[in-house]
Design a protein around this ligand. Structure first.
Ligand SMILES: C[S@@+](CC[C@H](N)C(=O)[O-])C[C@H]1O[C@@H](n2cnc3c(N)ncnc32)[C@H](O)[C@@H]1O
Length: 321
């Protein structure tokens, strides 16, 4: 996929580079996730995470024993689901129907090779929730960071945020500052960049009305705002190609051939879930989560750059206690 000469917001560029049906990275060119792919994740580096998620699921199913569905969103090469199922053990495993929501046809094939008929696949979370009668335990690892980001830059001269377009130009944006912590912040130095995720907010708004009972475990890299951008004047956007971390102009170099990702602003993420009526049950670092689930034999930091992974548990209001 060639860079477009047509000017467009960065979010449009990222959406096409990753998810264009014909030439996107996830839709076409990704080979796999892990050492044979362009990037590794906590799930592909060690079974610790899968074991900890299985322990978390066992704990949740003690609290909500009527729930019979487990949904993983964005399952990569399928190794996390494979470890979770194994670690649950025979008795716990047979109580549940397992679902994967996956938008990449290439990765879905990888998952099917590993998991065969043990899992039901869906194109979106709405259909997985419908199949579960709205009652499900949900987990996702390093999913949100693949959502298209809107890139903004602070202009000290104009005292306002401007949106970055591709090829690089700055334009006024049409986002409502009430929903994005960065847009309300005016204490940055000139040219500070931040990533916003209206794509995540829209996605949450689509499926949360279909979820009635259960618990959701979110694991991703990111931080609260504004700490997320401490000493990061260029923001957190980066690309990965053959395990090489690329920044600056290299992010635009091979659209469709490399992963593009940004950290998650969890201040916004949790505020959006709260607006949608979900209750935050816990928040901790991945290290803390692994320790709580007695799975801290190996800490997972595939980024190798001090990236902080965080874990959040949310429940629909009806079952939060
Ligand atoms: C960075 S990979 C992480 C894979 C896996 N969770 C792991 O930890 O190894 C992102 C995954 O999310 C999938 N994905 C991206 N956007 C998605 C969406 N909107 N719904 C479902 N899956 C999505 C990708 O195809 C891929 O499987």
């Amino acid at each position: 996929m060639k860079s477009s000469a047509v000017s467009e917001p960065f979010s449009g560029f990222m959406a096409r580079a990753l998810f264009d049906p014909e030439r996107g990275y996830y839709t076409r060119h990704i080979k796999t996730v892990g050492t044979r792919g362009d990037f590794s994740t906590s799930a592909t580096l060690s079974p610790s995470l899968g074991r900890a998620i299985a322990d978390w699921l066992k704990g949740e199913s003690h609290l909500q024993s009527h729930i019979r569905h487990i949904i993983e969103i964005g399952a990569g090469d399928g190794s996390l689901m494979q470890t979770v199922r194994k670690a649950l053990g025979w008795w716990a495993r047979r109580r549940f129907t397992f679902h994967i929501v996956e938008t990449s046809p290439v990765l879905r094939q990888e998952q099917q090779k590993k998991l065969g008929n043990k899992v039901v696949w869906h194109d979106d979370l709405e259909s997985a929730l419908t199949a579960s009668g709205g009652q499900a335990f949900i987990y996702h690892n390093e999913l949100l960071d693949a959502f298209p980001a809107t890139l903004v830059q602070w202009s000290a001269a104009e005292q306002r945020w401007l949106e970055v377009w591709v090829p690089e130009q700055l334009h006024p944006h049409a986002l409502d500052a009430a929903h994005f912590s960065a847009l309300r912040h005016t204490a940055f130095s000139d040219r500070q960049r931040c990533e916003l995720h209206p794509s995540v907010r829209d996605w949450l708004r689509g499926w949360t009305p279909h979820w009635k009972n259960g618990a959701m475990l979110t694991i991703d890299y990111g931080d609260d705002f504004p700490g997320l951008y401490h000493r990061r004047p260029h923001g957190t956007l980066r690309a990965y190609l053959l395990h090489q971390r690329l920044t600056g102009a290299d992010i635009y170099a091979n659209p469709g051939r490399q992963d593009i990702t940004a950290d998650i602003n969890f201040t916004d993420y949790c505020a959006w879930l709260h607006e949608l009526g979900l209750i935050e049950v816990s928040r901790q670092t991945l290290a803390g989560f692994l320790e709580d689930q007695s799975a801290s034999d190996r800490l997972c930091d595939p980024d190798g750059a001090g990236t902080a992974f965080k874990c959040f548990v949310h429940r629909p209001q009806a079952c939060a206690s």
